[in-house]
Ligand binder design. Structure first.
Ligand SMILES: Nc1ncnc2c1ncn2[C@@H]1O[C@H](COP(=O)(O)OP(=O)(O)O)[C@@H](O)[C@H]1O
Ligand SMILES: [Mg+2]
Length: 404
């Protein structure tokens, strides 16, 4: 295969290792400086130039887009996608991962552990938000920080309010997040390729530091991940729309909790710590995908008028409960069930004989008109927090005397 590695630094460890791994496997690999790619648009002919020469014959692209050039970088990746070149991570996936709020919003509806997080704008909402995530100490995060910069621990509610006020006055968007104290300054980095974790490490913060980032002095050790951590990392990667990712998780009392999913994960730390050939795993995955690429369904479906993907929720008492999928007559209405969601379980291509249970969700492809009639009025979920979830000294929302 002829592989383009999109990177601004051909000599950095990760890019150099990926290039070497590709060439060692007999592939033709070239590092393209993302900023030297020029995008041309014309009816029916999306085009790319590299150093004023037309780009034509790449089979695959491996984007290594730094956080500081997300906009230009994802534009170039999107152009390759439009030219039908296989991209190991799509522009959509990279954009999702760059925004910590967007990532958690996407993950939050799935049964994936995340630290309880809030995002507020109004000054009045700050105090209740801190209480909702468990009170002080509390973590405050910039939405687009990396390497631990922009992640703070406020010891008291007063400190937290002051920090948030200061950041907001500088037009920064901040997340307020539960401090997962039991993780004790440690976190897990799982390197996901396709539907596998190919390497994993635990990073341990040093001294008084609670952030375990290697850039903050964190020390890495090799770990064998329990299946729950592997599954969480792989599912999070898929939900973000990524295929190559570094998933950061805290080890909480209730299992793995995802902090972020990185779309250009570094190789140096993890290869050094584990002794594994992570670069090789990435290249072999891409080579296999090139022959049989997955398609971004959302993009392609818009062309079949009147058809689309929708979710059918089956509430308690629905006439579908206790019926088999075939028995629901969905097929007769030109509706195909792609996936069945049952609690934390995901069942792809469920068999027609499978019996439906209350609270199942069916992801379906079919005639939108027909599906519209199937979707029951939304039943509201239990609202949180219940009074009993709040700490004893919590101030009920709305009583804080703070003005905008
Ligand atoms: N909610 C939290 N509870 C405990 N520790 C946290 C929490 N959020 C972040 N950390 C620590 O701070 C580090 C950096 O946070 P992260 O969200 O990954 O930001 P960055 O993108 O800067 O790496 C994490 O690796 C972890 O050690
Ligand atoms: Mg991180």
């Amino acid at each position: 295969m002829k592989l383009a590695i999109l990177s601004r630094s051909p000599d950095c460890y990760s890019t150099a290792r990926l290039t070497e791994a590709a060439r060692n496997r007999g592939h033709d690999a070239e590092v393209l400086d993302t900023f030297k790619c020029a995008i041309d648009l014309e009816r029916g002919a999306p085009d790319l130039y590299y150093r004023r020469k037309q780009i034509e014959d790449f089979d695959a692209v491996l984007p290594r887009i730094g956080a500081s050039i997300t906009y230009y970088g994802t534009a170039v990746v999107r152009q390759f996608q439009e030219m039908d070149v296989f991209c190991a991570n799509t522009a959509h996936g990279i954009n999702n991962s760059r925004d910590k709020l967007r990532s958690l919003q996407l993950l939050s509806r799935h049964h994936i552990g995340i630290p309880r997080t809030t995002f507020v704008h109004s000054k009045r909402d700050v105090l209740p938000a801190i209480e909702r995530v468990g009170g002080a100490p509390v973590v405050i995060k910039l939405i687009e920080g990396t390497q631990g910069i922009g992640v703070l621990l406020a010891e008291t509610v007063k400190q937290a309010e002051a920090i948030i006020e200061l950041l907001q006055s500088q037009k920064q968007n901040v997340l307020i997040q539960k401090f997962v104290a039991e993780s004790k300054g440690r976190d897990i980095r799982a390197f996901v390729v396709g539907d596998r974790v190919v390497a994993a490490m635990r990073r341990v913060a040093q001294g008084q530091e609670f952030r375990s980032n290697v850039h903050r002095g964190g020390i890495a050790e090799r770990v064998e991940l329990p299946p729950e951590y592997v599954e969480t990392a792989v599912r999070a990667t898929q939900i973000m729309g990524l295929q190559v990712a570094g998933v950061d998780m805290l080890e909480s009392n209730s299992g793995p909790q995802i902090m972020e999913v990185n779309s250009s994960p570094g190789l140096e730390g993890i290869e050094t710590c584990t002794g594994l050939d992570v670069a090789g795993a990435v290249i072999e995955y891409i080579a296999a995908q090139v022959d049989f690429p997955e398609i971004d369904v959302r993009q392609r479906l818009t062309v079949s008028k009147g058809y689309g993907v929708s979710e059918i929720y089956i509430p308690e008492g629905s006439k579908f409960v206790g019926k088999t999928i075939r028995g629901t007559q969905l097929y007769e209405h030109d509706i195909n069930v792609l996936t069945l969601y049952r609690g934390a379980k995901v069942i792809p291509n469920p068999k027609p004989e499978r019996v439906l249970e209350p609270n199942d969700k069916l992801l379906c492809f079919g005639k939108l008109e027909a599906m519209r009639g199937m979707i029951p009025v939304k039943t509201r979920r239990r609202r949180r927090p219940e009074i009993s979830d709040l700490p004893a000294d919590a101030v009920p929302a709305g009583t804080a005397e703070v003005s905008d």
